[in-house]
Design a protein around this ligand. Sequence first.
Ligand code: ADP
Ligand code: MG
Length: 237
Amino acid sequence: MNDAAGGQPLLQVRGVRKSYRSGGGTLEVLRGVDFEVEPGGFVAIVGQSGSGKSTLLHLMGLLDAPDSGEVHLGGQRIDSLSATRRDRIRNTEIGMVFQAYHLLPELDALENVLAPLFVRYSVGQWLRQRGDARRAARELLERFGLGGRLHHKPRQLSGGEMQRVAIARALVARPRVLLADEPTGNLDEASGSGILDTLCELNREDGLSIVLVTHDTSIARRADRIVRLAAGRVEIA
Ligand code: ADP
Ligand code: MG
């Protein structure tokens, strides 16, 4: 969680456009979006269902490419890099969390958190790093109140616990920014509020930069800044 140099935005989206082909026509979802997150910032993106929030977050997380426009991380343009370098950035510098937790059902909580590191390291590197990696994963799970659940499989965990495992997995490689797409969308109010407490704590105490997408303005108020997506553009809420 390495901060960018003074004054420079950590994450920046410039003039991003994205359309989808649907039926016979074209659906213009993003029509020139400009948006930035400062180092240590906590920004919520709100907008109605279908307004393009997930599309925008996926572009920032390099899960998809804009039709035009640019995405920069720490002053470097990242959307136009080679597939290998984009994979590397996605695996090391950007953490993502989704409404559905996407945990691997056969792995326990600790193994799920470690999964991104299996991908990141060669076998030799993994053998050298695994003690430190397991310690880091265990510490994250303990911090999130899951010290007693390290060897539980996802089906043995509650929704809130599964989302905490997913957040720990997103953070294990120490990314520069966490992108969260409706992370409380499948949770009851109390579990959802616990997840938001965790995100606020990571932002305040660790200086983690966060982008939180939600259709719920009461959730968005937990962020320092709210932007609204409407008609394919960003407006300050
Ligand atoms: P939100 O997250 O704000 O609900 P999305 O970004 O998921 O909105 O979707 C924006 C619009 O784009 C929606 O109308 C959706 O149906 C459409 N859309 C999203 N992904 C695709 C896709 N892969 N192909 C075609 N249309 C899509
Ligand atoms: Mg969405």
